[in-house]
Design a binder for this molecule. Structure first.
Ligand SMILES: NC(=O)C1=CN([C@@H]2O[C@H](COP(=O)(O)OP(=O)(O)OC[C@H]3O[C@@H](n4cnc5c(N)ncnc54)[C@H](O)[C@@H]3O)[C@@H](O)[C@H]2O)C=CC1
Ligand SMILES: O=C(O)C(=O)COP(=O)(O)O
Length: 417
């Protein structure tokens, strides 16, 4: 997170007069393109991520940006993105976006907090069984003409303990699925969470590590989760236990994991996410985990099912369209929340400003001087910015909008009708 550095006040308001452009990166599902086109957007879709400098260049004249987990959006990508109204993260994680910088530029960031959670939980269930039966190693052997029919080291999952770190949307669904296989489920979360089924919270991470046959991570990328599974924590896992990481690559120390697997302390691992991931499918990839027995490596596909992607496409495109048409910021992860029904026969001014004393007074003076009648006014603030939604008579909306956009405290102002 960067500290707030406000952009220069724009000299012109943005009106809802097209053409409007959306840039969708990382192979976002066509359902999003369809919805945005129906909304009147010119949509450009790219299959891979863009590096920050290229993103900054491509954002000129773009009103909506769609990304997934790979595209980082640092402050420098937003400096010249004067037309950018909103960012859609077509995924759960928003750690790839500098949320403070986006907030400071008056740009809300929307995500899809639920749509791919079931897909991740199902993949992890599969990995628990794959690891305990060493299925990928046996399969590779048969593919290369070896017949190694062995039971040693293979187990049923029934009666085994699954330890879930982060009992949120994914972790809690996974617990229910694992119980249906007869597993005992423990979880560790920094928040108090309602246990589903017979799952049980443990008080410390160490307790979870000491008791679990499988440890699976479902925490966001935060400073507090950075490398939370290092050599010390891996050593506290039971001998022969397996580690699964489908959360973020920053959460596990890969070198320590590789060492623990090579020393045979851990019996296996499934890893879907890495500290550095390629921009797109045509790039190569190297990790220290390659070639270690009973290690399942997947290319960040936990949420990559057709069901999840189609649903995410619609969910985030709906949030973006609604924001575009009405200014609603419900579900935005970095912005004051406002949602108000449009009033027929009025124009709506949407104004993002620096949250300092006197701004509302200045705006209301403009409204009063121009003899405008306010039909509705909603202000929501955070410590950095204020977000004002104001419905006015149509004949005065343009001069009011121009005058508000001229205030030194202005960040972004537009009219919708
Ligand atoms: N591999 C993939 O394709 C996907 C990966 N993900 C990742 O999975 C993460 C989790 O997703 P959800 O379950 O939907 O998020 P969530 O926000 O519903 O749950 C995260 C949980 O982790 C807990 N937590 C935070 N810090 C913790 C700590 N230090 N120790 C223990 N618990 C902690 C939170 O209290 C919360 O309950 C996402 O943030 C994303 O990074 C999400 C979807 C797909
Ligand atoms: O939803 C998330 O946070 C994920 O990690 C999935 O990311 P993706 O859309 O596959 O790039």
């Amino acid at each position: 997170m960067s500290t707030a550095r406000f952009p220069p006040s724009p000299t012109r308001p943005i009106l809802n007069e097209g053409p409007f452009r959306a840039l969708l990166l990382e192979n976002i599902h066509p359902s999003a393109e369809e919805m945005l086109k129906a909304e009147g957007f010119q949509v450009e879709r790219l299959s891979s991520a863009l590096k920050p400098a290229e993103l900054a260049e491509r954002l000129k004249g773009v009103h909506l940006l769609g990304i997934r987990s790979k595209t980082t959006v640092p402050p420098e990508s937003l400096v010249h993105a004067e037309d950018l109204l909103a960012i859609g993260a077509f995924c759960i994680g928003t750690n790839q976006v500098d949320l403070t910088a986006a907030n400071t530029h008056g740009i809300p960031v929307f995500n899809a907090p639920f749509s791919n959670t079931r897909s991740v939980a199902e993949m992890v269930v599969a990995e628990v069984i794959v690891l305990t039966r060493q299925l990928f190693d046996r399969s590779r052997e048969v593919h290369t003409g070896q017949w190694r029919k062995v039971a040693t080291g293979s187990h049923e999952v029934r009666g085994k303990t699954l330890g879930i770190i982060g009992y949120g949307h994914i972790g809690s669904q996974l617990g229910v699925l694992a119980e249906s296989l007869g597993m005992r489920v423990l979880y560790f979360d920094v928040m108090t969470k309602l246990p589903l089924g017979n799952s049980r919270a443990v008080a410390t991470l160490d307790e979870l590590l000491a008791q679990s046959d499988f440890v699976t991570l479902h925490v966001p990328a935060l400073t507090s989760t950075h490398m939370m599974m290092g050599a010390e924590q891996l050593a506290k896992m039971k001998k022969g236990a397996c580690l699964i990481n489908a959360s973020r690559g920053t959460v596990v120390d890969i070198a320590a994991l590789a060492a623990s697997l090579r020393s045979k302390h851990l019996g296996g691992a499934a890893v879907d996410v890495y500290p550095e991931e390629p921009e797109g499918n045509s790039d190569g990839f190297v990790t220290e985990l390659q070639g270690i027995p009973n290690v399942v490596l997947t290319p960040h596909i936990g949420g990559s099912t057709e069901e999840a992607q189609a649903s995410i496409g619609k969910e985030v495109a709906t949030s973006l369209s609604k924001f575009f048409r009405t200014g609603a910021t419900t579900g935005a992860v970095n912005f004051p929340m406002v949602e108000a029904p449009l009033i027929p026969g009025t124009h709506r001014i949407l104004n993002v400003h620096r949250n300092i004393p006197g701004v509302l007074r200045d705006i209301n003076r403009i409204v009063s001087d121009l003899n405008a009648n306010i039909h509705a006014q909603v202000l929501s603030t955070d410590s950095n910015i204020g977000y004002l939604v104001m419905d006015l008579d149509q004949d005065v909306s343009r001069p009011v909008c121009d005058a508000i956009a001229g205030l030194t405290t202005d960040i972004k102002t537009r009219i919708v009708s």
